[in-house]
Write a protein that binds this ligand. Structure first.
Ligand code: SF4
Length: 377
């Protein structure tokens, strides 16, 4: 029987400006498309869902969803309320940027039941925000957090980036401390990556941007793990930390390979063992919706072997690791069957650990997660 879908992702592609490191589905300087995007979102929801579908986690990501002016945001949230109603204990998240985060937008978010805000803080050092081409100043974060709390948002998460060019370990520590001082419920920390096709990629090639040394990046990751644990956060995924009971439920749907819907340009979804992605080009997605054609640009069926390999990748990213018994029951094979030599070697060298029925990366293994996981893919 098909597994019930309890989660949905909705992509809002608008941003003030495309940051140099960003390779998400984003469009800047096209406010003329706001209404058209919402018309198309309405059509896509209607066409794909046919009737309203209740979900337990709903995640509005971007782009910058709070770039939408209050009246557009309200229209989007109204659509979602109609088509993706929430269960009584649902998690309803929205990604937001501190820049221009006006109170009328916060009010709309509160009125429509958003109960988790993920804030793109990235850094508390002005120079690094500039390098990352972010539009806010560090000092606005405190004000935004205060106003969000005044509107009743009690579940706040911050995204932070480390290994920014020229960032010292001391500056990273200051950013971590400043984040902790604002008492968020959740923190995600990501090492800066240079994706092909971004301006950061080109600038690095031309030696115009100096990538952080591997050793420094490793020390920064170690520092985040140490300091956040001291501050009462529990690391539950390689890059994610939460206060007790504040893990992001929506992301856990992805990591546990559960089905989810996805709407909007570039959105991925996973239904009946097929992973699909919608057109990344915002104008391309709009054209497809308007022409009443499929907005799916690619489909990949996960056969048992591929699903088994992905389950290892997703399971090992979680600090609790993989439950080996349920893995074996589900895939009728063991993790070791996928890569016997690598499996034995990683256990022997201590990058992997097996205890209490769970296979997980050791502390040391977390630094080499990509290398370990690659052997099972
Ligand atoms: S604000 Fe976020 S989504 Fe928008 S361009 Fe910058 S990194 Fe990308």
């Amino acid at each position: 029987m098909t597994e019930t879908v309890t989660a949905a992702y909705v992509h809002v592609p608008f941003c003030i400006h495309r940051c140099g490191y960003c390779d998400f589905t984003v469009i800047a300087d096209r406010d003329d498309l706001l209404e058209i995007y919402l018309d198309c979102m309405e059509q896509e929801l209607k066409r794909e869902l046919i009737q309203p579908h209740e979900v337990n986690t709903l995640f509005i990501g971007g782009g910058t969803p709070n770039y939408l002016p209050a009246k557009h945001l309200e229209r989007l949230l109204k659509l979602l309320r109609d088509w993706l109603p929430l269960t009584s204990d649902a998690e309803f998240s929205m990604e937001c940027n501190p820049e221009d985060f006006t109170s009328d937008r916060m009010k709309v978010m509160s009125d429509y039941g958003i109960n988790r805000v993920s804030l793109g803080v990235q850094s508390f050092t002005d120079a690094h925000l500039k390098t990352l081409e972010r539009g806010h100043k560090p000092e606005v974060v405190e004000d935004v957090v205060q106003r969000l709390r005044d509107y009743g948002f009690t579940n706040l998460g911050f995204d932070l980036i480390y290994a920014v060019p020229a960032q010292t370990i001391l500056e990273w520590e200051q950013t971590i401390n400043a984040a902790i001082a604002l008492s968020p419920q959740h923190l995600s920390t990501y090492g800066l990556t240079y994706e092909k096709g971004t301006s950061f990629w080109t600038r690095r090639m031309k030696n115009n941007l100096l990538q952080a040394e591997e050793e420094l990046e490793r020390s920064m990751y170690a520092l985040a793990m140490e300091k956040l644990e001291q501050a009462g956060f529990k690391q539950y995924e390689l890059s994610n930390y939460a206060q007790p009971d504040f893990q992001c439920q929506h992301n856990q749907i992805y990591w546990n390979a559960k089905p989810y819907y996805g709407f909007g340009p570039g959105a991925a979804f996973y239904l009946d063992d097929v992973r699909s992605t919608r057109y990344r080009s915002v104008t391309g997605w709009i054209k497809k919706v308007q022409a009443k054609e499929s907005t799916i640009s690619s489909n990949e069926t996960l056969d048992r072997d591929l699903a088994a390999r992905e389950a290892v990748m997703l399971g090992l990213r979680q600090i609790a690791g993989l439950d080996t018994k349920s893995y074996e029951a589900r895939f009728e094979m063991s993790v070791r069957d996928l890569a016997v030599d690598a499996y034995d070697e990683f256990l022997e060298t201590g990058l992997l650990e097996l205890s209490e029925g769970h296979l997980r990366l050791s502390y040391e293994g977390r630094f080499l997660a990509d290398t370990v996981v690659a052997e099972f893919l």
